[in-house]
Ligand binder design. Structure first.
Ligand SMILES: Cc1cc2nc3c(=O)[nH]c(=O)nc-3n(C[C@H](O)[C@H](O)[C@H](O)COP(=O)(O)O)c2cc1C
Length: 192
């Protein structure tokens, strides 16, 4: 099983990275081959709404998204990790998500199915998020991520969302949350 893991925080070694690292470890331990991509190290410009994807289902903007699109469609599993920024996913993550407008166009303008991943089974996905405020409920992030997973025609297997965690690396002081992320990574691979 091939999995694409996407780090949406620009703060390397931060809280969402720590959850992601655990989920990757869990998935790898369960037998998957995982590739990690760090959005802040790549050039993924925001969608410009040009609608050129309405003609062929491919994004016309040439940057690192092109390769990410191919990897996302090839992968049997998808892990998305992001901090909460102004109640939603980070700007890096949102720009990446918006670029899947070309896949939306493939499905809903061109009426073509999403290609199945390499393993031939329905794609599966999990979401990991961290937030600083104790009152954050992740509802905005869930709406956004649900739209992405649905566009990818992926089953939402689960999520680990931790609030009240601000300082860099503070999530590492909560081994039970790291364990939860580890188990979810494994579940992404093993659950039928
Ligand atoms: C630009 C910015 C906006 C943020 N907005 C929120 C927010 O709306 N709600 C919240 O609970 N935390 C917010 N935070 C705090 C982060 O979500 C929190 O520190 C998180 O654990 C960072 O994860 P990371 O270490 O993976 O980057 C914000 C942080 C930044 C830098």
């Amino acid at each position: 099983m091939k999995i694409l893991a996407v780090a949406g925080s620009p703060r390397r070694g931060g809280n969402s990275d720590a959850l992601l690292e655990q989920a990757i470890a869990g998935a790898t331990h369960a037998g998957a081959e995982v590739e990690l991509v760090v959005l802040s190290g790549l050039k993924v410009a925001p969608c410009i709404g040009c609608e050129r994807c309405f003609a062929d289902g491919r994004c016309a903007v040439k940057d690192d998204y092109q390769a990410l699109y191919d990897k996302a469609l090839e992968a049997d599993g998808f892990i998305l990790a992001s901090p909460v920024y102004f109640t939603n996913v980070s700007g890096w993550t949102k720009a990446f998500i918006d670029r899947f407008q070309c896949l939306w166009a493939l499905r809903f303008v061109l009426k073509q199915p999403v290609p199945l991943p390499v393993g031939g089974q329905k794609r599966r996905a999990i979401f990991l998020a961290t937030a600083g405020s104790a009152s954050t409920r992740f509802d905005c992030t869930f709406s956004t991520v649900r739209a992405l997973f649905s566009t990818l025609d992926a089953t939402w297997v689960g999520s680990v969302c931790v609030n009240n965690i601000d300082e860099k690396g503070a999530v590492s002081g909560h081994p039970e949350l790291l364990q939860e992320a580890h188990l979810l990574g494994a579940k992404l691979v093993t659950e039928p």
